[in-house]
Design a protein around this ligand. Structure first.
Ligand code: PRX
Length: 670
């Protein structure tokens, strides 16, 4: 794979058969054998419309669809003409069927007082009321179907309530991760032309308060200077952080909902009604608003939740996904896919190591968590913190373990299996993306034999393949581009306001196929192994960052002339951020101590511009960057240098100035 430089270096031969009988008090697996899986998968590919038609009937629709799928590449419409409501299926449906008193959401706050942490349990009936009140509150502020509501909150139940309230009335939400900076709010609010922001006074994170409302205020001021007015800001008081309230614009969550009626019927919405925008990084500077719609997304996330995590109502299960709702994982597998399955979903507010490094295991034990879904970066942190932390808690209720966000290194996989799953819980390594909406390639627990580091085989209805640039399927063991060859229900419907970018990013490189942007190969059993991104996106702690975004943040500092950012191996994050920076003469540090100080200033500047997640792990000052004669920065060369590779094996024939390479290498040795 010359161009994208994908080489498979992993060689992993261990295979784990699925446990024949689920561990603990686990209910039966949904499928009983690999033949079941293969038969169902084949049916879903041979007759996708028949397959998805049947599944969609498991959920409530106000009026039926006339066609399951209308496909005009690259535009898919699913359940055409049908009307439904995702909030109804997640909440009201369970109240109507007599399950209103069962727990829908279990929430645990971060601070731990003398009486333990604060815990809230919301039943479906309570959730329905809270959502309806907030939905009415939104309506009273003029929010209507099709409007985009921005949500920038900590992990509190009200975050899920705000999302579901939007879904209830047909407004779209754009959730911004609470770890992002005010500049990130500005970019996303402007792009979405959003006029309403829902936030908290602050969010608890590792014992400290993140000032969310202050960030929103700062963003609103900048937005005003761009001529964009935010008309309403709704603030939930969570941390008793002092906040400024602007009269006329700012509303207190409880004052707004207290005055609102708890009666707000779910709006019957067209299956293709926009459900949410979620901004994610791409190769170019500006984050893109990935657009998802209602019906197909609902059906796909419902079905994947059910099969991949083996969910069964009435079986005493407690599902916990440790993601933040600011990422797609939180959208699909805390809220939208899980609630329609009528299994309680657990939300935890804070950090995994607060007040101590066993917090997650403490939560698992106290709440008798049965499904646990996290990221490889977290697993690597747990490994580092020590085996004794999980060992001192009762993890016997666990049934299925999941991982998502980046390729998991086999060592971390083995540790997860042994120390968390006690060698009896299947691990589901789920490959998917913000764009795919739901799981695409994943084992099915109890059925798929697993191999550490492989996401195994496609889910029902998913036609995944490894191809070359011409779309020719590659023989097994050959690296290539991961593509999806036919539409699936939860696929993105576009990039908000940028049709051209949608077509160019996903549908142009390989004609007629969806380009995932990952390199991958299949082994002799046909199992998929993801090798990493093929574009200028780096996956830091399982979260996507465009190298361009970090570069623009760096050059926005007056001392920086030019910057190149690449990924580098990082023990915990998987990929860390390495920045090569050329400084303006005015800012050249006089000595080594001043240089170190300035590196810290620049790292803090990036964190302020984008968020702490983008803070570079290594900054190196250089007189010039290695470029080709046509002026292109040679990133592969920088990647090798950042990785501390002994010998540069890259082709350097196009390098313009060889002395740069020598200088960069010298720094390595210094
Ligand atoms: O590179 C793949 C990696 O994460 C990318 C998608 O990132 P994002 O849209 O932020 O969504 C993350 C959560 C779904 C993919 O292109 N990725 C995600 N899951 C896996 C993975 N790489 C390997 N194995 C996975 N299980």
């Amino acid at each position: 794979m010359g161009e994208s430089g994908i080489e498979s270096v992993l060689s992993e031969n261990r295979t784990f058969s699925p446990p024949a009988v689920p561990g603990g008090k686990s209910p039966r697996w949904h499928l009983s054998s690999m033949e079941d899986y293969r038969r169902e998968w084949k049916r879903s590919i041979d007759d996708p419309e028949g397959f998805w038609d049947e599944i969609a009937h498991e959920l409530h629709w106000f009026s039926p669809w006339s066609r399951v799928l209308e496909w005009n590449l690259p535009d898919a419409k699913w359940f055409v003409g049908g009307t439904t409501n995702l909030c109804y299926n997640a909440v009201d449906r369970h109240v109507v069927s007599g399950h209103g008193e069962e727990t829908a959401i279990i929430w645990e706050g971060e601070p731990v007082g003398p009486a333990g942490p604060e815990i809230r349990r919301l039943t479906y009936a309570q959730l329905q009321q809270e959502i309806a009140r907030f939905a009415n509150g939104l309506k009273s502020l003029g929010v209507a179907k099709g409007d985009v509501v921005t949500i920038y909150m900590g992990m509190v139940p009200e975050l899920a309530i705000a999302m579901l309230a939007c879904a209830r009335i047909g407004a779209a939400h754009s959730v911004i991760f609470g770890g992002f900076s005010s500049q990130a709010i500005v970019d996303r609010v402007l792009d979405a032309r959003s006029r309403v922001i829902v936030t908290c006074d602050g969010a608890w994170r590792r014992g400290k308060v993140v000032p969310l409302k202050a960030n929103v205020d700062e963003a609103c001021d900048v937005l005003a200077s761009h001529g964009h007015t935010v008309t309403s800001v709704i603030t939930l008081i969570r941390t008793a952080n002092t906040v400024a309230m602007t009269p006329g614009r700012d509303h207190d969550w409880h004052a707004l909902t207290g005055a609102a009626s708890p009666d707000c019927p779910c709006e019957p919405l067209d299956s293709e009604q926009m459900l949410f925008l979620l901004y994610t990084s791409g190769s170019t500077g500006k984050p893109k608003g990935i657009l998802h719609t209602t019906g197909g997304y609902m059906v796909h996330t419902y079905l994947t939740s059910k099969y991949v995590f083996n969910l069964h109502p009435d079986a005493g299960q407690v599902f916990w996904c440790t993601a933040d709702c600011g990422w797609v994982t939180g959208h699909s597998y805390i809220v939208y896919g899980i609630l329609p399955n009528r299994v309680p979903t657990l939300m935890y507010e804070g950090a995994p190591n607060y007040p101590a490094e066993d917090r997650f295991w403490d939560i698992c034990a106290r709440h008798k968590v049965t499904q646990f879904y996290t990221a490889p970066t977290a697993i690597r942190a747990f490994m580092k913190w020590g085996d004794h932390h999980p060992a001192q808690h009762d993890l016997s209720t666990l049934q299925v373990l999941g991982t998502v966000g980046e390729p998991i290194n086999p060592e971390a996989w083995m540790w997860y299996r042994r120390h968390i799953g006690h060698d009896r819980c299947p691990i589901v390594d789920t490959w998917w993306q913000t764009e795919t909406g739901g799981h695409m390639i994943t084992p099915l627990p109890g059925v798929t034999p697993t191999k550490p580091g492989s996401c195994t085989l496609p889910f029902f209805g998913v036609d995944a393949a490894i191809v070359d640039d011409q779309g020719v399927e590659q023989p097994h063991k050959h690296g290539g581009l991961l593509v999806i060859r036919r539409p699936w229900p939860s696929m993105l419907r576009g990039i908000y306001g940028d049709r051209q970018r949608y077509i160019e990013t996903y549908w142009s490189r390989v004609p007629g196929m969806y380009l995932a942007g990952d390199g991958a190969h299949r082994d002799s059993d046909g199992y998929f192994w993801i090798m990493g991104r093929i574009d200028d996106v780096i996956n830091v702690s399982g979260h996507r960052l465009g190298t361009m975004e970090v570069e623009s943040a760096l050059v926005s500092h007056p001392g920086v002339a030019e910057a190149a950012v690449v990924g580098m191996p990082h023990e915990i994050k998987g990929t860390g951020i390495a920045a090569f920076v050329t400084l303006r003469p005015t800012h050249t540090p006089p000595d080594a101590a001043a240089a170190e100080k300035f590196k810290n200033t620049l790292a803090a500047h990036v964190a302020h511009e984008i968020g702490a997640i983008a803070r570079p792990d290594m900054i190196r000052f250089t007189d010039a960057l290695p470029k080709t004669r046509s002026g292109k920065i040679m990133r592969r060369l920088l990647r090798a240098i950042a990785a501390g590779e002994e010998k540069i094996t890259q082709d350097t024939t196009t390098l313009e100035d060889f002395s740069i390479l020598a200088k960069l290498r010298e720094q390595d040795e210094a």
